[in-house]
Design a protein around this ligand. Structure first.
Ligand SMILES: Cc1cc2nc3c(=O)[nH]c(=O)nc-3n(C[C@H](O)[C@H](O)[C@H](O)COP(=O)(O)OP(=O)(O)OC[C@H]3O[C@@H](n4cnc5c(N)ncnc54)[C@H](O)[C@@H]3O)c2cc1C
Length: 441
C-alpha cells in the first residue's frame, strides 16, 4: 500500500484526509496543535474556524454560495458538518464553531483509515509516496523554511498586501483612459482620472477613514516597507501625487493634458474581467473602502469583488510552482491545498483540500489526477491561481473568474444565474467522468 501524509488538520487538511480515508486509503494526518499553536488558533480541534463563524452566503448567485453548492456535490465534509451545526444567520451559512470543529475532530480521530499524529512537521518526511501540505496562512516557521527550499524562497510570501479588485463591468470607462506611462507597454492599464477638486474630496475621506487595528503578530509587516495607501496619504497632501496616484507620463486623450491625479487599474486576469487598483493596499475597514474608493469618478458604481487588506499570510506563488492538479511541477508527489495555494477564506480553502485528496486517491489507484472544468467555481479558482502571471495575490470565489456564456445576457442577476446553472451541470458531468473513484453519499 502507498504511504500518504496530510500535513495540517485545518479546513483543507481535514477535507483531504477525509476524502482519502473514504477511498479506503490509509493516511497519516499531522497536526501541530496543541503542542504548538498559531497566533490565531485557540483550541486543539481540527478545522478550527479562527475568526467569523460564517461560511458566507447560501445563494448560488454569489461566488461562495455557488462554490458551496459544488462542494455538496463533491460530498464535502466541511459543508456537510456546517449544514448540521448551522445557526440562524439570514442568507448566510453560519455555524456553532465549538460543535462544528469538535464533531469534525471526532470523525477524523475515529476513522479507521486515519492515523492522527500530533506533532509539528519541521522538515518533510521522505518515507511517503504522496504528501499534501495544507498548513495554512500561519504555517509554522520551521516548515515555512522547508517550503522555501522546495519552491525557491522568492515563491513563498509571508503576508499579503491586497489592493481592492473591481468587476470590470461596473467601471465607468468614460471617466478615464487606457494607456501606459510614457506610452511604454501594451496599454493594459486603465487610468481613472481625478480633477484637483475630486482629489481633494478623496484625500480628505482617505485620511479620516477608519482602519482595522493590526494584530500583534502582524505589526512586522509595516517594517517590510508595505504601507497602506491611507498611511502614505497621511504623510502629506502631495505624497500620493508622487506615489500611487502620480499622473506623470500620462496624457488624457480627451484634453490632451496631463490629469491632476490618476488611479491606475490593472488587469488581474487574461480576460480583463477583474481590475485591481494599483498600489492601493489598505487597512481601511471594508465599508469605509467602498465608500471612499467610490469617490473615484470611474468607480462611482463599482462592485468590489475583493476588498483591500494587509495580513500575515503564508502562501506560495502557485502560478509558478503548481500544476492545476495541485501537484508541484518539479515534485509531483507533493501537493498543496488550502489557503497556502493562494485561495482565500474557509470555503475556497476547504474546496482545494477536496481536490488534493481526490487527486492523491486517484494516483494511489493508478489513475491520472484531474482538474475541474474552468466553468465551475472550483475550476475557475484553480485556473486563477495556476495561470501564469507575474505575481499572484490571494483570490476568493467570484463570478468574474468564470468564462463568459455562449449567449449574451444583459441582466446581471440573470447572467449569474445562468453561469451558476452551467457550473453545476459541468460539475456533475465532470464527477461522472472522475469515477471509478467514488464520490457522494
Ligand atoms: C486572523 C485571521 C482571521 C481570518 N478570518 C477569516 C474569516 O473571517 N473568514 C474566512 O473565511 N477566512 C478567514 N481567515 C482565513 C482562514 O483562516 C483560512 O482561509 C482557512 O483557515 C484556511 O484553511 P487552511 O486549511 O488552509 O489553513 P488552517 O485552517 O489554518 O489550517 C492549517 C493547519 O495546519 C497546522 N499547522 C501549521 N503548521 C504546521 C506544521 N508545521 N506541522 C503540523 N501542523 C501545522 C495549523 O495548526 C492548522 O491547524 C482568517 C485568517 C486569519 C489568520
Amino acid at each position: 500500500m502507498k504511504k500518504v501524509a496530510v500535513i495540517g488538520a485545518g479546513l483543507a487538511g481535514t477535507e483531504a484526509a477525509y476524502r482519502l480515508a473514504k477511498e479506503g486509503i490509509n493516511v497519516d494526518l499531522y497536526e501541530m496543535r496543541p503542542q504548538k499553536s498559531t497566533p490565531a488558533h485557540r483550541t486543539d480541534k481540527f478545522a478550527e474556524i479562527v475568526c467569523s463563524n460564517s461560511f458566507g452566503s447560501f445563494e448560488v448567485g454569489t461566488g461562495s454560495g455557488l462554490l458551496k453548492q459544488e462542494m455538496r456535490l463533491l460530498d464535502s465534509l466541511i459543508i456537510k458538518v456546517a449544514d448540521q451545526f448551522k445557526v440562524p444567520a439570514g442568507s448566510a451559512l453560519a455555524v456553532d464553531r465549538e460543535k462544528f470543529s469538535t464533531y469534525i475532530t471526532s470523525i477524523l480521530e475515529n476513522h479507521k483509515n486515519i492515523n492522527v499524529i500530533r506533532e509539528e512537521v519541521k522538515t518533510l518526511p521522505n518515507h511517503y509516496d504522496y504528501i499534501i501540505i495544507a498548513t495554512g496562512p500561519l504555517t509554522s516557521e520551521n516548515l515555512s523554511k522547508e517550503i522555501q527550499n522546495l519552491t525557491g524562497s522568492e515563491h513563498l510570501y509571508f503576508y499579503d498586501a491586497i489592493a481592492p479588485t473591481v468587476d470590470a463591468e461596473t467601471v465607468d470607462f468614460s471617466k478615464g483612459f487606457w494607456g501606459d506611462r510614457y506610452g511604454k507597454g501594451t496599454g493594459d492599464y486603465f487610468n481613472c482620472v481625478l480633477t484637483e477638486e475630486e482629489y481633494e474630496t478623496f484625500y480628505q475621506a482617505l485620511i479620516t477613514g477608519e482602519q482595522v487595528p493590526l494584530k500583534d503578530f502582524e505589526k512586522a509587516v509595516y517594517f517590510e516597507g508595505c504601507l497602506p495607501i491611507e498611511e502614505i496619504a497621511r504623510r502629506g497632501k502631495e505624497t500620493l501625487l508622487y506615489g500611487p496616484m502620480k499622473p506623470v507620463g500620462l496624457v488624457d486623450p480627451k484634453t490632451g493634458k496631463r490629469p491632476f491625479a490618476v488611479v491606475q487599474l490593472r488587469k488581474e486576469n487574461k480576460e480583463g474581467t477583474l481590475l485591481s487598483l494599483v498600489g492601493f493596499q489598505t487597512k481601511l475597514k471594508y465599508p469605509q473602502q467602498k465608500r471612499i474608493f467610490r469617490l473615484i469618478p470611474a468607480l462611482k458604481d463599482a462592485n468590489f469583488v475583493r476588498l483591500g487588506s494587509i495580513h500575515r499570510n503564508t502562501f506560495i506563488q502557485s502560478q509558478k510552482v503548481l500544476l492545476p492538479t495541485l501537484q508541484m511541477k518539479n515534485k509531483p508527489h507533493i501537493l498543496f491545498a488550502g489557503q497556502i495555494t493562494g485561495v482565500e477564506g474557509y470555503v475556497a480553502s476547504s474546496a482545494t483540500g477536496i481536490l488534493a485528496g481526490l487527486n492523491v486517491a486517484r494516483m494511489v489507484k493508478g489513475l491520472e489526477p484531474v482538474v475541474p472544468p474552468k466553468t465551475t467555481m472550483l475550476g475557475g479558482l484553480i485556473n486563477y491561481i495556476t495561470t501564469p502571471k507575474e505575481e499572484l495575490q490571494p483570490m476568493n470565489p467570484n463570478f468574474a473568474l468564470l468564462p463568459e456564456l455562449d449567449v449574451k445576457i444583459r441582466n446581471k442577476r440573470k447572467r449569474k444565474e445562468e453561469k451558476a446553472k452551467r457550473a453545476i451541470t459541468h460539475m456533475k458531468k465532470w464527477l461522472e467522468q472522475t469515477t471509478p473513484v467514488h464520490i457522494g453519499g
